[in-house]
Design a protein around this ligand. Structure first.
Ligand code: FAD
Ligand code: NAD
Length: 483
């Protein structure tokens, strides 16, 4: 007889492990299967996010930011730094220690909450059975009242640039460079391209980012995207829009190996550029290989994601799917919220995710962040709206910190004054936009934010002033005349 659980979660990334913990908290007998192992064959819970995504990239962003500050900005504060150097292997080792610490945290949480952690590969069979293939290749069957698929995503590879050792790498390889490449190419000016491109640019690489689209950060509010592009240009990130990569050739031998990339510009003319390393980050695809049998009844949508409804139910009663493997933004917090929702639904509670308010953050310096609707989306919807913007250059705290690039933008409904979107590029943009998310979650008006007292001097005052500016009441800036 196979062991029976109330809930079996496949995948221990931020969607799966959060779902498993919440299910166990709700009194459900829960198992979570994951196949991620380290070089010693030890389970590494946390999925992409913890092992090769959010956390390691932020560790390197923080290390490289400190180096860059010491190199570029300390002198403006009167701090002299002579003989500054970067030890890349030490930086990578620190990143690995951060990951291990967090891996242990999830293992501890599973133990504390009574989640059974199974090491191996899970496959959904008909009749709500899950086949688990252990690392030794042996299989066993477990049965579940409810199954939650949370197998995440993998980097997309493109034919013109097949991965090659540590020369042409995906985002995972770009977290492992052991030295600073002199000439670094990046394909894709999306979130990963900007974040990892920034890491290596700060450490001294000449970075060229080739982006197929003609529009920069097409999902962002375009006023913020334009402001961000100006800032990145000042940081010497060479972002080439309308550049579609068509081929690549490896040249040279050993340490002098380089990659020659061919790309077509917007005018169709082909150009060639040579790099020491190339990062391919053109998006991710859902991870569904070998995940379910044909008779399991699970269907994919037209883009290859597991088909689910608004509450993450697949076509099979009792089988759910969450996180990157289903529609919606590929973000850790989106998957975690889905995980909590599904656990609550299984426990018989009412739950839903507010997909209108998923915050987006790009952890460059300064950060770019937004939530709610962009001005382009509001305009397209035909809603009447008003906008307040405020530059960090007029915020005392930002000037004191020499962090005065960027702005905050608040969009509100013209009649009801309800906040529709909050957008920012600048210091602490992610935290400020989070304040916007809380406001929007509580259906706040721009006036509600404007009437809220903000501490002085804080970066948050830019959000306050942008909310005031919605009705032309900003204090620390002349307001535009309104009709
Ligand atoms: P994953 O984290 O991919 O986890 C899936 C897990 O399922 C894995 O552990 C895998 O081993 C396991 N698995 C797969 N198939 C099976 C199977 N058949 N049996 C058993 N186990 C299986 N998002 C953010 O919100 N903020 C960020 O700052 C951020 N930074 C990122 C930086 C980088 C470089 C990358 C690559 C991604 C980043 N992301 C970020 C995206 C984020 O990592 C993903 O959205 C998130 O990890 C998705 O969570 P998930 O649980 O759905 O899947
Ligand atoms: P992305 O979708 O953000 O960006 C990929 C970019 O590559 C796009 O701008 C696309 O136009 C471009 N592109 C595609 N094919 C191309 C080609 N042949 N030549 C040139 N450009 C091409 O994807 P990503 O940056 O790989 O990130 C993957 C996922 O990981 C995203 O969904 C993102 O949400 C998530 N992520 C999030 C964070 C964060 O929240 N801070 C950080 C990293 C990754």
């Amino acid at each position: 007889m196979s062991e029976k659980f109330d809930v079996v979660v496949i995948g221990a990334g931020p969607a799966g492990y959060v779902c498993a913990i919440r299910a166990a908290q709700l009194g459900l007998k829960t198992a979570c299967i994951d196949k991620w192992i380290d070089e010693k064959g030890k389970a590494k819970l946390g999925g992409t996010c913890l092992n090769v995504g959010c956390i390691p990239s932020k560790a390197l962003l923080d290390s490289s930011h400190k180096f860059h500050e010491a190199h570029e900005s300390f002198k403006t504060h009167g701090i002299a730094m002579d003989n500054l150097s970067i030890n890349v292997p030490a930086m990578i080792t620190r990143k690995d220690k951060v990951i291990t610490q967090m891996n242990m945290g999830i293992t501890g949480l599973f133990k504390a909450n009574g989640v059974t952690s199974l090491l191996g590969s899970g496959k959904v069979m008909a009749g709500k059975q899950v086949e688990v293939t252990g690392m030794d290749g042996k299989t066993s069957l477990i049965s579940a009242e409810h199954i939650v698929i949370a197998t995440g995503s993998l980097p997309i590879e493109i034919p013109p640039t097949p991965l090659h050792k540590d020369i042409i790498v995906d985002s995972t390889g770009a977290l492992e460079f052991q030295g600073v490449p002199k000439r670094l190419g990046v394909i894709g000016a999306g979130v990963i391209g900007l974040e990892l491109g920034s890491v290596w640019a700060r450490l001294g690489s000449e970075v060229v980012i080739l982006e197929a689209m003609d529009t920069f950060l097409v999902a962002a509010d375009q006023q913020i995207a334009k402001e961000s592009a100006k800032i990145f240009k000042k940081q010497k990130l060479d972002i080439r829009l309308g550049a579609r990569v068509v081929g690549s050739e490896l040249k040279g031998k050993g340490k002098s190996k380089e990659v020659c990339v061919r790309y077509a510009g917007s005018d169709g003319a082909e150009q060639t550029i040579t790099f020491d390393k190339l990062i391919v980050c053109v998006g991710r695809r859902p991870y569904t290989e070998n995940l379910f049998t044909a008779d399991a009844g699970i269907n994919l949508d037209e883009r290859g994601f597991i088909f689910v409804d608004d509450q993450c139910r697949t076509d099979v009663p009792g089988v759910y799917a969450i996180g990157d493997v289903v529609r919606g933004p590929m973000l850790a917090h989106k998957g975690s919220e889905e995980g909590v929702m599904v656990a609550e639904l299984i426990a018989g509670k009412t739950a839903q995710v507010n997909y209108e308010l998923v915050p987006s953050i790009i952890y460059t310096h300064p950060e770019v962040a937004w939530a709610g609707k962009t001005e382009e989306q509001v305009k397209a919807s035909g809603e009447e709206y008003k906008v307040g913007t405020f530059p960090f250059a007029a915020i005392g705290r930002a000037v004191a910190a020499s962090e005065s690039d960027g702005m905050v933008k608040v969009i509100a409904h013209k009649e009801t004054d309800r906040i529709l979107g909050v957008h920012a590029v600048g210091p602490c943009a992610a935290e400020l936009v989070q304040q916007g998310v809380i406001s929007m979650e509580f259906h706040a008006s721009a006036e509600d934010l404007a009437l809220t007292m903000f501490g002085h001097p804080t970066f948050g005052e830019a959000l306050h002033e942008a909310a005031l500016a919605v009705d032309g009441h900003a204090i620390h800036m002349p307001n535009r005349k309104r009709k």
